[in-house]
Design a protein around this ligand. Structure first.
Ligand code: ADP
Ligand code: MG
Length: 453
């Protein structure tokens, strides 16, 4: 199985029809570039290129994009498979629109809010499985890590404490806050609050303005949903863990085109470096003979160590412009998509792990069930009901009731609770076996069969 690669074309009134041909199979895309007499970056021998990927998303609604790239991956995550979706492409081509969407209208919401919705809706449909969800939101800017959800630090503040670590259960970011969320709105609230500080950073000039797009993101943003599924039944202790990693990468355009200086130049250098490490990683992952996979070269590749290829379901969305002026970047984005498409993966569910049923947990369960019974009784207007084991006096009372019933003194025995019903049956059994013995004894005597032994 391969990493799936899709291409999404940003809608435009100036689509370069002569240069970009979209195949009728909705998978292939051909690029034609006129050889320039003056020469230039793309002026080599080849003037046309063909790419074949897993799907083209052209004039496609946010809903259809979600259906195509994310729906299956998210439902697989609920079965224990890790899933990663990554948006790659030049600034302004639609990565953030695809990943997060536009807040202006509900139908413009992107993959993250839709994935949150799908997870909670599915969780609500599982009858016997309890799903717990936690989220984190990490930003990597100039090789520094920021916790976008850290409440104590002031959201989006630089936190030197954050560090990428290799643990026994895979890679994690030490110090990154992970928030339990119990419903969709709670998760969305955190997500949208987290998006604000970027504006704050921008206003302080920390994130440089860019000649291509003033509001461009110069950082990589990684939204993670940690899912844990376990049975509601206390006798089944199997748990399944998985995570969904949703990545909005920084713009992939090369330095030369942006004509940047100073802070922006530094940013671009970091971005180019981390994206080229990402490419190297992808190439290494695609090569089955490679033993060393260079994960540790950058924060981004290190964080993604167990989220790319391997046993995860991985999907890449490459966002491109449809205009002629962006052809050079489009070409390089399509090349990246193709390389990503070569990466093989063997998706496998994470190993389930077992939780010890502690005595404490069972006691809590009993306590809860007793409370439940009291509530049921009060709703049924049965007061003073006791569910403790029967006393000797209560047993004697039940025995006398059963005897009265057998003699026809009373018509019925009222049902009180499970313990009482069990005691009634026990008393019946006692009476029946006593009678059997009596009858047998009488028959022996009547027919003079002598001693029973
Ligand atoms: P990026 O994150 O790649 O830099 P954005 O997602 O911010 O780019 O997109 C730039 C602008 O284009 C935004 O205003 C966004 O709403 C708009 N846009 C991008 N893709 C689409 C699309 N498919 N449909 C409508 N608007 C889009
Ligand atoms: Mg963006």
């Amino acid at each position: 199985k391969r990493v799936l690669a899709f291409v999404r074309v940003k809608p435009t009134a100036h689509f370069a029809q002569d240069m970009i041909k979209l195949g009728s199979d909705n998978k292939s895309i051909d690029i034609y570039i006129q050889k320039s007499p003056k020469g230039g970056v793309v002026n080599n021998c080849q003037t046309d290129w063909s790419f074949k990927l897993d799907g083209l998303l052209h004039n496609t609604s946010q809903e259809m994009v979600y259906e195509t790239v994310a729906k299956k991956l998210v439902s697989k995550a609920l079965q224990g498979y890790n899933g990663t979706i990554m948006c790659y492409g030049q600034t302004g081509a639609g990565k953030t629109y695809t990943m997060t969407g536009a807040a202006s209208e509900y139908r413009h919401r992107g993959i993250i809010p839709r994935a949150i919705q799908q997870v909670f809706r599915s969780a609500a449909e599982f009858l016997n499985i309890l799903v717990t969800v936690r989220i984190s939101y990490l930003e990597i800017y100039n090789e520094a890590l920021f916790d976008l959800l850290a409440p104590a630090l002031g959201r989006g503040c630089k936190d030197n404490q954050l560090a990428v670590m290799d643990g026994p259960q895979g890679v994690y970011v030490k110090g990154l806050s992970i928030h339990p969320v119990s419903h969709e709105e709670e998760a969305l609230q955190l997500l949208f609050e987290a998006r604000e500080p970027r504006c704050a950073l921008e206003s302080r000039g920390v994130i440089g303005e860019h000649s291509l797009n003033k509001n461009s993101s110069r950082s990589h943003c990684i939204f993670t949903m940690y899912i844990e599924c376990r049975s509601r039944d206390y006798t089944n202790h199997k748990c399944l863990k998985s995570k969904i990693t949703l990545i909005d990468l920084a713009g992939s355009e090369r330095l030369s085109k942006t004509g940047s200086e100073g802070q922006v130049k530094i940013e671009a250098a970091y971005i180019n470096k981390s994206l080229s490490f990402l490419e190297q990683l992808v190439i290494a992952l695609a090569d089955p003979r490679r033993e060393h996979i260079p994960f540790r070269q950058s924060k981004l590749t290190h964080v993604l160590k167990d989220s790319l290829g391997g046993n995860c379901n991985t999907v890449l969305v490459t966002n491109i412009y449809g205009e002629a002026e962006h052809m050079e970047e489009t070409l390089s984005s399509l090349r990246f998509a193709t390389r990503m498409n070569w990466v093989t993966a063997e998706p496998a569910p994470n190993e389930p792990f077992y939780r010890e049923a502690s005595v404490k947990a069972l006691e809590e369960e009993i306590h809860l069930l007793k409370k439940e019974l009291i509530m049921q009784d009060s709703m049924a207007n049965r007061s003073f009901m006791s569910y403790n084991p029967l006393t000797t006096a209560q047993r004697a009372e039940i025995r006398s009731q059963v005897q009265k019933y057998l003699r026809g003194v009373i018509e019925e025995i009222d049902i009180v609770n499970v313990r009482q019903i069990q005691e009634v049956f026990r008393q019946f059994k006692v009476i029946v076996s006593k009678q059997e013995e009596e009858v047998e004894c009488r028959l022996w005597n009547k027919y003079g069969l002598g001693h029973r032994d």
